[in-house]
Design a protein around this ligand. Structure first.
Ligand SMILES: [Fe+2]
Ligand SMILES: [Fe+2]
Length: 177
């Protein structure tokens, strides 16, 4: 095992010197502004996904597609939860979460596709989940060990997006040609 990297006196001195940094200490190893920017893109993606799933939920409900509608609603709720977690992490990094609806869809990685029928909606949601999965994986690899807390937040979200994608694939197999 390696020697512990800092002597305790230096650790204490640095912690006391920049107290207005809050959770951000000298040990923060990432480009904070860039991380906030990337988290805002992820936030936009989650918010667009909430809106798309909400539309799909109400449309599917209108088509009396009970189980599919329920799945869409559950995903909408979970994407909203992801958006909240990302916004909270942006604040913790001393940034500002961007909820501006005027630029939401341009800043999102995933698209807002209304979908014409049930199969269409399921397929588009699966595509959006695959976009989210690929982009979260890329961000996680980019962060590496520079910001372990943000990485853990994203890893937790990624696991849920993978569940979403598998749920949708199952629905796609049972709804369509
Ligand atoms: Fe999500
Ligand atoms: Fe998802």
């Amino acid at each position: 095992m390696n020697e512990f990297l800092s002597d305790v006196a230096t650790l204490r001195k640095n912690a006391r010197a920049h107290i207005d940094g809050g959770a951000i200490t000298d040990a923060y190893g990432a480009d904070r502004e860039r991380v906030i920017g990337v988290l805002n893109e992820a936030l936009a993606t989650e918010l667009v996904c909430v809106l798309r799933y909400k539309r799909h939920y109400y449309m599917a409900d209108g088509l009396s597609s009970g189980p599919v509608a329920a799945e869409f609603l559950q995903h909408a709720t979970e994407e909203q939860g992801h958006a909240d977690v990302l916004a909270a992490r942006i604040i913790q990094l001393h940034g500002e979460p961007d909820f501006n609806p005027a630029t939401l869809v341009q800043r999102s990685h995933a698209e807002y596709v209304p979908g014409n029928d049930l199969r269409d909606m399921i397929r588009e949601d699966l595509v959006a989940e695959r976009v989210a999965i690929a982009s979260y994986q890329e961000i996680i690899r980019w962060l590496d060990d520079a910001d372990p807390t943000t990485r853990r937040v994203l890893e937790t979200i990624l696991a849920v997006e993978e569940e979403h994608a598998e749920d949708l694939l199952t629905l796609l197999k049972t709804h369509g040609p």
